[in-house]
Design a binder for this molecule. Sequence first.
Ligand code: 9MR
Length: 374
Amino acid sequence: MISSSPMRRGRRLVRLSVAVVVTGGLAAAGVVMSTGSATAQADTLGAAAAQSGRYFGAAIAPNFLGEADYASTLNTEFNSVVAENAMKWDATEPNQGQFSFSGGDAIVAHAQSQGMSVRGHTLVWHAQQPGWVQGLTGDSLRQAMVDHITGVASHYAGQIYSWDVVNEAFEEDGSRRQSNLQQQMGDGWIEEAFRAADAADPDARLCYNDYNLDGVNAKSDGVYAMVEDFLARGVPIDCVGIQTHLSQDSDLSTYQENLQRFSDLGVDVEITELDVGGSGSAQADVYRTVTESCVAVARCTGITTWGITDKYSWRGQDTPLLFDANYQKKEAYTAVLEALNAAGGASGERDDQPDAAAYDQMARRESVPVPGLV
Ligand code: 9MR
């Protein structure tokens, strides 16, 4: 039942421990399971996703956790979080070598108190770099990047399900984005970033994350080629984050096909920043299609919406989230819940998920040899 795909032991165990939390959450949420069949109906997003071994998360900001409706919606509906901004380079290393983890630590502490898993976002990006990074050249930038990854990923080592190691490094035509990172370090910088993250946190799954990967297109072709090359050469990469910033008019005709081809290549896919501008049934239909696509692909491990409520969305005027500005559930919420529940049984279940007893047994072991590891 446990897949034999090449994967470092530590990563496997982190995913297992996340799944144990998720499994426990099912009982807490009062999900009624009929014996091993597809008929369970959960009444929250997290519990519904957990039925097929997936998480359902939200991007959050630590300063909103004190708002009662924000916290209660998060705690009730979601079982995973990611920092919308608090773990980015400008937030975590505002001055070279001086790390600041207060915002990220608050998010991790909240998640752990609620039994939620945590995604890490993002170790290296051309945007939201602190000013001191923007002036660096050549080897100084390379060393600063490695030191930053080492500092942040080791601080959170063992607590992160998956890291967006590198964010948005491709142009729409599939070539490398001509950022300061690319221009100063050349093609090797992404590989170097992944190797540094692997060394700092061997337990986290390591993702490349980008937008406009919402189908088979020139950009996703470029990312696909990079992942293929990394896997062929043993560069540590475990997953691709498909951000999925959409509108109700988005063309999703090859969305699932794209998830599937990355999965077939040998990496997990995660829907990492889902939001859909629009309203009513048109918006709901797009949310439904994205959710159905994820649950149809065994290696699509979970979905994160880029926020909880339209009140605080980065594109709030587009009303793109599942809860309105008053924290009321929208039509899109129901569509997602239904799609997650429909996948609760055999058809949508991730085929590499052991049952809870197997998780417990594996988590107790000191070492688990995994074939094919370097
Ligand atoms: O939602 C984030 C917003 O609050 C920030 O101001 C912005 C800064 O560039 O980043 C937003 O999050 C982005 C994410 O980190 C990467 N993918 C695109 C997201 C939306 O812009």
